[in-house]
Design a protein around this ligand. Sequence first.
Ligand code: MG
Ligand code: MG
Length: 269
Amino acid sequence: MGFTQKKTILYKTVDEINLIKQSADLLGRTHGEVAKMIQPGVKTIDLDKRAEECIRDNGGIPSFKNFDGGVKTLFPGSLCISVNDTVVHGIPSKYVLKDGDVVSIDCGVILNEFHSDSAYTYGVGNISEEKRNLLLATKESLYVGIAQMLPENRIGDVSYAIQNFVEKKGYSVVRELVGHGIGRNLHEAPEVPNFGKKGVGAMMKNGLIIAIEPMVNLGKKEVRQLNDEWTIVTRDQTPSAHFEHTVAFYDGKAEILTTFAYIDAVYSI
Ligand code: MG
Ligand code: MG
């Protein structure tokens, strides 16, 4: 999710980063539980139920459940589940996953009063080479962005690196939705676009915590929102992929706080 945030960046202490790590570990375990269920025949609402159960059983609160995005309807799920041409913010439903789908699972957890936020896109059963390459490139673009979290670099360096990597592969980057600072609020300053210029925006500084989340379309960059006020789809109906980590800048380097390790244990693209 990505909405307008307040402008002041709230830098975190080491103690606060350690609290976020615990939130992020529960988030990782939740992703792992969902990953085990990804297969043809599964309803997306059942993935959502499992995620909520895992989060609450371990003392957490789903960040997205009843999230107020400033529209009439609060977000009803614990997961955003976005299938094929849905980019982000898909609402869990009776939709049954089928062979060849791609499905992005975005999840947020509150634990210790701190949010963590991460997303992963899966192929369901056997997917086309074209879709597989989209997933691999989008995942790689996330790490290309994280690699720019260096001393003296700025948010724009992260943004530019992601855009440059993605566009060289022939894909396009969504403009309307961006990554964000994160902490006691799901969305804090600064915004972290997946496109932009080198050398602009906030500088890397101890205690900066950002969710970096490239949203990459196989076709054109344009998106539209469905009447449910949430679901974002590609205008040209081509598939889209989304990967996200919550990352800290501390001691002159990036530290990825969220983890795909629980996913990697049961699934590979
Ligand atoms: Mg996010
Ligand atoms: Mg997210």
